[in-house]
Design a protein around this ligand. Structure first.
Ligand code: ZN
Length: 275
């Protein structure tokens, strides 16, 4: 289903203090038309009802966050990760999410090269499940500051290489998050390559603050930092991307405020950037 014209999606993690019901009730009031659902918000819910609840609220389910974390020091732990990714794919299918975002994983004390091999092996193991379920997997390259324990895939080039190595299957794509890749001198070229291979699956936006006081939870609202968001958006569109722009902000500062007020700020900033 194509997104409505404003293409504004918000991640439930952006308004972390809210339950999924609160997100369903509040997002449409601020012009939000898509929702990316984090698995934590599904705990204790009847998954079969979620898609209908989203539609009734006027929201498209854009993705399920998240799967991945494939590398591990033991075979048992790697298998557990594969099993969890199978479960994530099943959950996505049940709630009508067309995409599962993959934060690929890394293990301190294991070489990045070995972690990347285990990531490719892990994705290969769950690809048939994704295909069967009609769910697309989206590799999200993470900023290199997370390469110790969150992801050994840190650039669009590496994500493109994994897609190539696995035979470029149609249900494997890439989630581009401006926070993670804005610094990359090859970004425009790698977006174009991904676009030609029809891999541009998700587009996450926020901003990079100076100084950043917390490596995980100090992301900025669009306009608060130095990421050339409109430039990257233009490269995405030139490469053929027409999907939602997903606001994904982890911020202790914004979570501490009234989330309704925060959502109003998100909408205003989004309109500032994209009209
Ligand atoms: Zn992201």
């Amino acid at each position: 289903m194509p997104p409505p014209s404003n293409r504004l999606c918000v991640h439930t993690a952006t308004t972390k203090p809210w339950s999924l019901d609160e997100c369903f009730a509040e997002y449409p009031k601020q012009g939000v038309s898509g929702i990316s659902i984090w698995r934590q918000t599904l705990e204790g819910r009847v998954l079969a009802d979620v898609q209908r609840q989203a539609i009734d609220a006027g929201l498209q389910v854009v993705s399920l966050c998240r799967g991945g974390f494939f590398p591990a020091l033991s075979q048992t732990a790697r298998q557990a990760a594969i099993d969890d990714n199978r479960l994530a794919i099943e959950q996505a299918q049940t709630i009508g999410a067309p995409v599962v975002v993959l934060v690929c994983g890394a293990v301190p004390g294991q070489s990045l090269q070995e972690s990347r091999k285990q990531i490719a092996d892990g994705i290969a193991a769950v690809l048939p499940v994704a295909q069967q379920a009609g769910v697309k997997l989206a590799i999200e390259p993470l900023h290199p500051m997370y390469c110790d324990d969150r992801s050994a895939v840190n650039t669009m080039k590496q994500a493109n290489a994994i897609c190539d190595a696995l035979g470029s299957p149609s249900h494997l794509g890439i989630a581009l998050d401006v926070y993670h890749v804005w610094w990359d001198p090859d970004l425009q070229e790698q977006i174009a390559i991904a676009g030609r291979a029809d891999r541009l699956t998700a587009f996450h936006i926020c901003d990079w603050k100076t100084p950043t006081t917390d490596l995980l939870n100090d992301r900025g609202l669009m306009g608060e930092g130095c990421i050339p968001i409109q430039q990257i958006n233009q490269w995405m569109e030139q490469a053929g991307f027409t999907g939602f722009r997903e606001v994904e902000i982890f911020s202790n500062q914004w979570w501490a405020l009234d989330q309704r007020e925060f959502l109003k700020r998100i909408q205003a900033s989004y309109i500032d950037h994209f009209g």
